[in-house]
Design a protein around this ligand. Structure first.
Ligand code: SAM
Ligand code: SF4
Length: 328
């Protein structure tokens, strides 16, 4: 369905847990995070029920996220069930730590694509940034995803400041050496991310071009037709000799709100229609009904109220919640 600004809402991100096996410095506090009780998060049955309504309202793409989605028991089974919804593609965003053992199961469940978050390939820098992660597992996870034949494998990188040039070049090189697309995302002033300065993607493009030659933008239509990488906010392009594309997602330097087609469901059943707003519509009351009419009405109502744009730049300190609860 369309919102009141004429945007066709076709994409829902479903956060299935607030728990994570990492503590990335810009996403989660190091300690003191109180995880939700299992009883306070949506059951898989309710997630499926909501997604069925999403599909009936025209959502064509579901992305399972978290926290770290693969730490929740039964996540692969949920993906297999979501795949049974007609006309809907199902993808996953993960830190990749559990992919070496889960990639095959995920492919067998019918997963259409996986986005793996990786900000540096340097083992000690990764350990510091994630407060304890082993980057070798993530790299093995990327290879497992490609080798098992998950149709679309992307790497998402959020560079941290001017010192990250070498990390950026190394992460970009994954797209040279493997059949993966690499996207660079500007740091957003959300949760602990507020304390970090990201890198403007225009600057990052200069770093890449100095090292790897011209970045040639891809026609929007080609994105969908020949690459199946959708009409999301990323601007993709090619570097000579690279197997995968390089994309830029620039919520700060190149706001894409007028094309924003997404909504987000948190693990507690809150439907959020903009990353910049901490409020949302709770779907819990509607889930207590036996039929879906209130669920349809509440979801339709929330979509109609989707804000026109975020205001990350002018309103830096706004309480927007935290990414590990929203799902990125
Ligand atoms: N744990 C999974 C992962 O890391 O891919 C899924 C959830 S995580 C919240 C999703 C994405 O949000 C990650 O790629 C992470 O880098 C990104 N993220 C977290 N905080 C951010 C921030 N302040 N600005 C931009 N991206 C952020
Ligand atoms: Fe966990 Fe992902 Fe947040 Fe890192 S970015 S702390 S992996 S939820």
């Amino acid at each position: 369905m369309r919102d009141r600004f004429g945007r066709e809402i076709g994409y829902a991100r479903i956060s299935i847990t607030d728990r994570c096996n990492l503590r990335c410095v810009y996403c989660m506090p190091e300690s003191g995070v109180k995880s939700l009780r299992h009883a306070d998060i949506l059951s898989y049955e309710n997630i499926l029920r909501i997604c069925r309504v999403f599909a009936a309202l025209g959502i064509r793409k579901l992305r399972v996220t978290g926290g770290e989605p693969l730490v929740r028991k039964g996540a692969v089974g949920l993906i297999a069930s979501l795949k049974k919804l007609e006309g809907v593609s199902v993808t996953l965003t993960t830190n990749g730590l559990l992919l070496p053992e889960k990639a095959r199961e995920l492919r067998d469940a019918g997963l259409d694509g996986v986005n793996i978050s990786l900000d540096t390939r340097d083992p000690s820098a990764y350990f510091r940034l994630t407060r304890g992660g082993d980057v070798r597992r993530v790299l093995a996870g990327i290879d497992a995803a490609v080798e098992t034949g998950i149709p679309q494998v992307k790497v998402n990188c959020v560079p941290l400041g001017e010192d990250s040039r070498e990390d950026v070049l190394q992460v970009a090189a994954l797209a040279r050496d493997r059949a993966v697309h690499v996207r660079f995302i500007e740091m957003m002033p959300i949760g602990p991310g507020t304390a970090f300065v990201g890198v403007d993607n225009r600057r990052l493009r200069q770093w890449l071009e100095r090292e790897y030659g011209d970045w040639t933008p891809l026609e929007e239509s080609l994105k969908k037709e020949s690459l199946n990488i959708g009409y999301g906010p990323a601007r993709y392009g090619s570097l000579t000799g690279f197997q995968g594309k390089i994309g830029f997602i620039s919520p700060i330097s190149d706001c894409f709100c007028e094309k924003c087609n997404r909504i987000r469901l948190t693990s507690t059943g809150l439907l959020r229609t903009c990353l910049n707003r901490s409020d949302g519509v709770s779907l819990l009351p509607a889930l207590s009904d036996l039929n879906d009419s209130r669920l349809f009405a509440d979801i339709r109502g929330a979509i109609l109220e989707k804000p026109e744009r975020h205001d990350f730049v002018t309103q830096k300190e706004a309480a927007r919640g935290t990414m590990f609860k929203i799902g990125g």
